[in-house]
Every structure is written in structure tokens, then in C-alpha cells.
Design a protein around this ligand. Structure first.
Ligand SMILES: [Zn+2]
Ligand SMILES: [Zn+2]
Ligand SMILES: [Zn+2]
Length: 248
């Protein structure tokens, strides 16, 4: 039952030997290795051997493993090399593929076959505006993210200050601000320029505040579009105290 197939240790050892043979130039070594691998794969398949289990037990040194991983993608399926998380450290540190970070120009190593495939597919493609180039190194990535976060923070701060202004300025002045004018137009558009009580289209429309709680930063539900008649009626009979003309 435990009888070892002849090709296993011998074949893989040959493979490791081929890689260690410094007399051969790299292309020749790769070609030789390809032949060995093809023979191995065929032999193993013919013997219906569990290839992954076999390779796990085989004497592959780290350099060979890394070379197999990076240079023989077309021949060596990942399962033959074992789970990536198990070989990760070995193959990552021996990655022959590098590319410059577009931020600082320092060389980055590709971290996995799938990352390599993504990079190859991306080559020559047009980046979306605002997207971070995938070749960006971790340091530059951190810097870019910090900058962007800073911009977002600054935007929120400007907005916080402005909303405070809008909330505290005299109400009549608020009604003249571009912010209110824009919000008012948006509300009218949403109501299709009709009174939201009587549906009238042919009368002057006011945008009434149902609450002033969020003045300067109103939710849609804080506002209602009323024709002048309904607006007057509302202030006369409604729960709110009567007040002047126009938007309120
Ligand atoms: Zn960089
Ligand atoms: Zn009305
Ligand atoms: Zn009102």
C-alpha cells in the first residue's frame, strides 16, 4: 500500500538538480526543467498519484520552490506547490518580478501569481480618475490616504463652520444665502412646482420650514412646498404662530 511511485523523489530531485546546475544559463535551465516537469506530470498522472501530496513530501529547496512558483505558472498548478499561505514567505522574498512605485520610483516586488496576472492585465489600461495606481508602494499609499483623509477632514470642518454661520445669522439674511436658494430650488423641483397641500400650480409657491432644528442643513422632510393661500391658512389655523411673507 505504501509503495512509492518511482517518479516521485527521483523526478523532483532531478528538477532541483537542474535548477542548481550553474553551468547552464538560465533559459537552458528553465527549458530543461520544463521537460522534467512535463515528464513528471505525465508519469504522475499515468500512475494516478495524488500530485499535491507527493510534492509536499518531496525535497524541494526554497529556491526551486520559488522558481517553480514564479517561472512555471503555465506548467505548475498551485496545488502542486501546496497552499499559497504555506509557501508565501518563501516565494514572495524570491520574486523575480519588480516594478517601480509611481510615487517614489522604488522597486516593488509582485506578491503573488494572481497579483502578477492582475498587473499584466492592467498594463496599458487607462486608470480611473482619482484611483490610486496599483503599483504604489505601501509608504506612498499611506501618504496618499493621509492626504485624502486630510482633505475630507478639512471639507467637513469648512462645512461645520459654514452651517454654524447659516444657523446663527439673522433669518432674513439666511433666506438670501446661495445655500438656502439651492435647497429651496431642489425642494420645488422635487414637488414638481406644485403646492403639496392643494396641488395648485398657478400660485406663488413658498418653501415652509416644518422645523428650524437643522436650519442651514435641512433634511428634505424638514421642508414643505405650499402655495401662498395654503401657507397663510396654515399659519392662521395651524400650530405655528403667524408670521410674514415668503419662505418660512
Ligand atoms: Zn512609493
Ligand atoms: Zn395650496
Ligand atoms: Zn411657513
Amino acid at each position: 500500500m505504501t509503495e512509492q511511485p518511482v517518479v516521485d523523489a527521483v523526478g523532483l530531485d532531478n528538477l532541483a538538480q537542474v535548477f542548481r546546475d550553474d553551468d547552464l544559463p538560465l533559459p537552458a535551465r528553465l527549458a530543461a526543467a520544463r521537460t522534467v516537469i512535463q515528464l513528471l506530470t505525465e508519469a504522475l498522472e499515468a500512475q494516478r498519484v495524488d500530485v499535491a501530496a507527493l510534492v509536499k513530501a518531496a525535497p524541494l529547496d526554497d529556491d526551486t520552490l520559488a522558481t517553480l512558483y514564479w517561472e512555471f505558472e503555465d506548467l505548475i498548478p498551485a496545488r502542486l506547490l501546496g497552499p499559497f499561505h504555506a509557501i508565501r514567505e518563501t516565494v514572495e522574498s524570491r520574486c523575480p518580478w519588480t516594478y517601480p512605485c509611481p510615487g517614489c520610483g522604488r522597486d516593488q516586488a509582485v506578491t503573488s501569481r494572481s497579483a502578477l496576472r492582475v498587473r499584466q492585465r492592467m498594463e496599458g489600461s487607462v486608470a480611473r480618475p482619482g484611483s490610486i495606481h496599483p503599483d504604489t508602494c505601501a509608504e506612498c499609499l499611506r501618504r496618499i490616504k493621509d492626504e485624502r483623509q486630510g482633505q475630507v477632514d478639512a471639507w467637513f470642518e469648512r462645512r461645520r463652520v459654514r452651517v454654524h454661520e447659516l444657523r446663527t445669522m439673522p433669518y432674513r439674511e439666511y433666506l438670501l444665502t446661495p445655500e438656502w436658494q439651492e435647497r429651496r430650488r431642489a425642494r420645488l423641483r422635487a414637488a414638481r412646482f406644485r403646492c403639496q397641500v392643494c396641488n395648485a400650480q398657478d400660485r406663488r409657491l413658498n418653501v415652509h420650514h416644518r422645523t428650524y432644528e437643522r436650519r442651514g442643513d435641512e433634511y428634505a422632510r424638514d421642508l414643505i412646498v405650499l402655495c401662498e393661500d395654503c401657507h397663510h391658512l396654515f399659519h392662521r389655523n395651524g400650530s405655528l404662530a403667524p408670521h410674514g411673507e415668503g419662505d418660512e
